[in-house]
Design a protein around this ligand. Sequence first.
Ligand SMILES: Cc1ncc(C[n+]2csc(CCOP(=O)(O)OP(=O)(O)O)c2C)c(N)n1
Length: 189
Amino acid sequence: MMKGYEIISALSNHLSENDIIVSSNGNISREAYNLLPKPQVYLRGSMGLPIPVGLGLALANPNKRITVITGDGNFLMGLGSATTAAFYKPKNLKILILDNLKYYTTGGQKTVSSVIDYVKFLESLCIEYKCSKRASQDEIEQDLSEFINSEVFSVLHLTIKEGKKDLMNIPDQPEEITEKMILRLTKLA
Ligand SMILES: Cc1ncc(C[n+]2csc(CCOP(=O)(O)OP(=O)(O)O)c2C)c(N)n1
């Protein structure tokens, strides 16, 4: 099993300069800020919003690939938005769930993720999914590559090991994050 930051780092091998990433608040955003090409959308404080933000970006920018990286706590808080995403199924939207069964950022309290059968849940929404229990770096790299290059709306659920790197805090405030992304989207258009 890999740690979240190792997976985020591995994801960078599969991205091009046109990719837009939305990362959920807490450690995941900090890891995305430090380990992926910048700028991206780093949610700060606003828990439960990575899918709504990613879905909006995907629908507004159909020719750009939008990848949401979300912790299980964030995913479950915004669960309704996963059903909205499943309704629209934008083929340019990818959702990566990094599931450690915890609110790791705030001290490791348990989430309710252990009661979710992700395979059945995603199947019930007719989502192309991959719930991977595969553990080695090579296998996960293969999962990441298939997921990111899929031609349809897809979700990858990965069970991760806890562990964190000493990384710098995101210096930008939400307004600056938004401004940088608007500029980037304008340039990419
Ligand atoms: C509405 C709300 N409740 C609680 C918090 C505090 N909080 C910040 S990050 C976080 C944990 C997020 O958990 P998860 O998405 O599973 O990511 P992990 O920390 O495990 O990487 C919590 C509870 C918050 N920012 N907003």
